[in-house]
Every structure is written in structure tokens, then in C-alpha cells.
Write a protein that binds this ligand. Structure first.
Ligand code: NAP
Ligand code: MG
Length: 496
């Protein structure tokens, strides 16, 4: 068994920007500190890209695209290179997982079993898809042939959050690169280290210089510069609604680039009186909100439960929450790690205070210290929540479940839909009819029945309403990183 604490002390992560195939400091030498949420200590200072660096990265990406070295390379070449990248991610699983665990606070066990393998699977899946997706021949008149083909867009800017750094990056980078685009990735300030390592592995796999650039930096500086750059053809973003809408402004005020947004949620779990297995529901609910300390865009942060099963269910949810091992992300036994930053920790604790002031019953809700100086909050349940209150409506992004009691399926679905968000939802019932009817009525990009968080690259992921537009994952994502081109060929009359 690896001693992860020892391994962490000998980590020498890459901290420079990856531009045009080279790691280099920011042009002005600026850096920012990245902190380990497990103990609040400095891990490293990371180069902070300014407008100048982002411009260099975008120009390099655009030049690589124009050159055709990747964009017009044989599909099978791109396939081989991306397959190699997926392999390299797995060959370097321990180092990547350790970077993710120390920088984001994910438990090392999850980082090794979930984050790295999932991200590698996404890269492999899109690589495999490259020579299996066909274009179209339109049903044109006899006198013509009409081809509808997909072409790469050009330069894709990917701006990602800190909650699943590798996984969310892979959702964006893999289909974009598979289609032949060049990419500039702006990781979250809190979690740049695994993205930089991914950049190194991409070079090693044979992705040509300029095709994949990584520019850590501050959102309002580096993120904005990417959003406003006239040579960027598309921004793909995951994060908060305010910043996401900011990217629409940047696009509108620059070149009208495409913007795809995934903006989080307040996903409801509906448990009806006829739910067959309350233990399974309780486990799905607890894991659905406490996994990754609740920092999951589709986290099941609302429980909408029929009064007939409220007490029985809640008792079990609380029991599962209490049984989870909250602790140091570098311990293999840990199931729930940290909140990603001190600011986010304060935000979560502020919501606990708001819950109390709004009259909810708070179970848990305290900061705990399995490691001194770290950002840990115990699994928390707010009972007796009015769905219209702030804790019923606002995304907390922490291990906090808001419980609202209802009567019957109709009221449950109405309350579930009474949200600005629409990312995911779940319904627990033993009636097939109620399951289907609820699934249809729920305004959410993903609906689970008698389950929560079954997920894979094979299906699309994204939201309705304020949860954003655009979809990550599945073959549909290939469409979002390409433009359709129509080619008409005149054939004349039917004589040969
Ligand atoms: P955020 O500010 O939206 O950050 C997402 C990305 O956008 C990061 O790379 C960030 O860079 C960048 N960014 C920030 N401000 C920017 C700006 N003015 N212009 C361009 N880019 C900018 O999210 P956050 O502050 O980390 O988290 C705040 C809340 O957002 C959370 O509490 C949660 O509710 C929600 N959130 C949702 C998701 C999700 O998966 N949907 C993920 C994370 C957070 P920096 O890292 O340098 O700020
Ligand atoms: Mg960090």
C-alpha cells in the first residue's frame, strides 16, 4: 500500500503554463498560490496567465489549426494519439490521482477509482468513436448530390471548475480534440495541477504543439481573456451561473463565438409513499449529496418526500450520513474529503446559518477538523424546508440536504420543478406509471428512477433552465465541437 502522505511530500508538480508545446512561466512572471484543502497549506505557486499569455496560447492554437497538423490529420492518427493519451493517464494513475486528491480534497480512493479512470475512459471513448461516426447524404433531388459533413470549429476554449477537475476537463477536451479542434484549457485556480499534468501527457502521447494548451490563471483575467478572444470559436464552460452568463457577454461583445454552459443545479430526489426500498433510497440520497462533500453540479441537494415515509426515510438518511468516513483525503479509508477552499467552506457555513434563520431543523452543520487547518464540514440535513426559501432554491455546493415534505406525486413533481435549475432529478416509486409520468414531467436534463447518479460517457449530460445549455458526453458532444457543412454537387439530367 502506498504511503500517500510520503508520496505527497515528494511531489514536484508542473506549475508553468503549457503554450505551443512548451511549459513556460507567465510573461510577467506572475503566480498564484494553490493550497491543499486537507490542511490549508501551500502546495505550490502556479504561473498565472495574463492577457498576453492567453493571446499567445490562442494564437498558437489557431496556427496549429490552420496548419492542419491535427485538424486535417488522418482520423486514425488522431485516434491512435488519443488512445495513447488514455493509456498514459492510466499508466500515471497514482501520480494524477495524488495531484487531484491533494489539490481538490477528493479522497485518494475516489481519485484512483473514479476520477482518473473515468477521465481516461472518456478520452478512450471519444478516440474509439473517431472512425465510427458517419456524416450524411441528404435526400436531394435526382439532379444533385447533397453532402452534410461535420467540420472542426477551430479553437475551443474550455473553462472548468474545481469540483471534478480531471473528469470535467475530459468531457470537453476529448470530443473537441477528436473532431480535430485545437483547445485552450483554463483550469480553476483552486485545481490547476492535474490539468497541467494532463498537458504533459498529451505532449508525450503525440498531440502536436499548440493543439492543446493549458493556461492556469485567475478567472476574471485569464478566463475573461479567453472569453473575449476573437480567434476563439467556441467556449465550453462549467461553473456558476453568474460567470457562465458573463461568457455570453464576452462572446456578444467580441466575435459572437458559440458558448455552451453547464451551470449547476438544485437537483431533487422525490421519494413517494410507494417507494419499495427505503434503505436503497436512503443510500442513494446520502451518497447523492455527501459524495465529494456535496460539491457536485448534479448533487441531489433537495429531498422531496411524501409525509407518509418522511420520518422513516430521514432517520435512515441521517444514519448513512453518520456512517460515512469523513477525513483526510490522503487516507485510503476516507469516503468524504474536504470542501475545496476556505471561501467555499465559509459559503457552506453561511448557508447553515441561513437554514437556521429560515426555521429549518439543522442536523449536523458543523466544521470538523480531522486534519488541523483543513476545510471539512460534516454531513448536514436541513429538515422542514420551505422549497421557496433560500436554502430550498439556492445552490449551496456543500454536504447539505434540504428536506421538504409533500403529499402525493403531483405535489412532489410541482415542488421539484419549482426551481430555477433543471440539471437532474430522481424519483423513487414502485409504480411504473408514476415513474414514467414523473420522469416526463420533471424539467431536468437527467432523470433517475429508483437510483441516483448512474452515469457514463455514453449518455448526454447537461441542464434545462438556469442549469445551462449544451450537453457534455455522448456522441452528441461531437456535434457541439463541429459545424455542419453542406456541399451541393450538381449532377444535371440523368444521362451518363
Ligand atoms: P466559477 O467562479 O463559476 O468558476 C468556474 C470557472 O470560471 C473557473 O475556471 C474560474 O476561474 C472561471 N472564472 C471565474 N470568474 C470568471 C470571470 N469573471 N471571467 C471568466 N472566467 C471566470 O465558480 P466558483 O467561484 O469556483 O464557484 C462558485 C459557485 O459556483 C459554487 O459555490 C457552486 O455553487 C457553483 N459551481 C458550480 C459548478 C458546476 O459544476 N456546475 C462547479 C463549481 C462551482 P477561477 O478558478 O480562477 O475563479
Ligand atoms: Mg488547490
Amino acid at each position: 500500500m502506498t504511503n500517500w502522505h510520503e508520496a505527497a511530500t515528494s511531489l514536484r508538480p508542473e506549475t508553468r503554463l503549457l503554450i505551443d508545446g512548451e511549459f513556460r512561466p507567465a510573461a510577467d512572471g506572475a503566480t498564484f498560490d494553490t493550497i491543499a484543502p486537507r490542511d490549508g497549506r501551500l502546495i505550490a505557486s502556479v504561473s498565472a496567465a495574463s492577457d498576453i499569455d492567453v493571446d499567445a496560447a490562442v494564437r498558437s492554437a489557431a496556427a496549429a489549426f490552420e496548419s492542419g497538423v491535427w485538424s486535417r490529420s488522418d482520423r486514425r492518427h488522431r485516434q491512435r494519439v488519443l488512445l495513447r493519451l488514455a493509456e498514459l493517464m492510466l499508466e500515471n494513475l497514482d501520480e494524477l490521482a495524488l495531484l487531484e486528491a491533494i489539490d481538490s480534497g477528493h479522497p485518494i480512493g475516489d481519485a484512483r477509482r473514479v476520477d482518473v479512470p473515468n477521465a481516461a475512459r472518456v478520452v478512450r471513448w471519444y478516440a474509439e468513436a473517431i472512425d465510427k461516426v458517419y456524416d450524411e447524404v441528404a435526400p436531394a433531388p435526382e439532379s444533385a448530390l447533397a453532402l452534410v459533413t461535420r467540420e472542426a470549429l477551430g479553437v475551443v476554449g474550455a473553462v472548468v471548475p474545481w469540483n471534478y477537475p480531471l473528469i470535467i476537463s475530459s468531457w470537453k477536451i476529448a470530443p473537441a480534440l477528436a473532431m480535430g479542434n485545437s483547445v485552450v484549457l483554463k483550469p480553476a485556480e483552486l485545481t490547476s495541477l492535474s490539468a497541467l499534468m494532463l498537458g504533459r501527457l498529451a505532449l508525450e502521447a503525440g498531440i502536436p504543439p499548440g493543439v492543446f494548451n493549458v493556461v492556469p490563471g485567475l478567472g476574471p483575467v485569464a478566463g475573461q481573456a479567453l472569453g473575449r478572444h476573437p480567434l476563439v470559436d467556441k467556449i465550453t464552460f462549467t461553473g456558476s451561473p453568474a460567470v457562465g452568463r458573463g461568457f455570453m457577454t464576452y462572446a456578444g461583445e467580441s466575435n459572437g463565438k458559440q458558448v455552451a454552459l453547464e451551470l449547476g443545479g438544485k437537483s431533487p430526489h422525490i421519494v413517494l409513499a410507494d417507494a419499495e426500498d427505503l434503505d436503497a433510497a436512503a443510500s442513494g440520497i446520502a451518497w447523492g449529496i455527501f459524495y465529494n462533500a456535496g460539491q457536485t453540479c448534479h448533487g441531489g441537494s433537495r429531498l422531496i418526500v411524501d409525509e407518509a415515509v418522511h420520518d422513516e426515510l430521514l432517520e435512515r438518511v441521517v444514519a448513512v450520513g453518520r456512517s460515512l468516513v469523513l477525513g483526510d483525503p490522503l487516507d485510503e479509508a476516507t469516503q468524504i474529503g474536504t470542501i475545496a477552499s476556505e471561501r467555499q467552506l465559509e459559503r457552506v457555513l453561511d448557508y447553515v446559518a441561513i437554514a437556521r434563520s429560515e426555521g429549518a431543523t439543522v442536523i449536523g452543520g458543523d466544521r470538523v477538523s480531522p486534519v488541523e487547518g483543513g476545510y471539512y464540514v460534516e454531513p448536514t440535513v436541513f429538515d422542514g424546508v420551505d422549497n421557496r426559501s433560500r436554502i430550498g432554491q439556492e445552490e449551496i455546493f456543500g454536504p447539505a440536504l434540504a428536506v421538504t415534505t409533500v403529499r402525493g406525486a403531483e405535489e412532489a413533481v410541482r415542488v421539484a420543478n419549482d426551481s430555477p435549475y433543471g440539471l437532474a432529478a430522481a424519483v423513487w416509486t414502485s409504480s411504473v406509471t408514476t415513474a414514467h409520468r414523473s420522469a416526463r414531467a420533471l424539467r431536468a436534463g437527467t432523470v433517475w428512477v429508483n437510483a441516483f447518479d448512474i452515469a457514463d460517457v455514453i449518455t448526454p449530460f447537461g441542464g434545462f433552465k438556469a442549469s445551462g445549455s449544451g450537453r457534455d458526453r455522448s456522441l452528441h458532444a461531437l456535434d457541439s465541437y463541429s459545424a455542419l457543412k453542406t456541399t451541393w454537387i450538381h449532377l444535371g439530367d440523368d444521362r451518363l
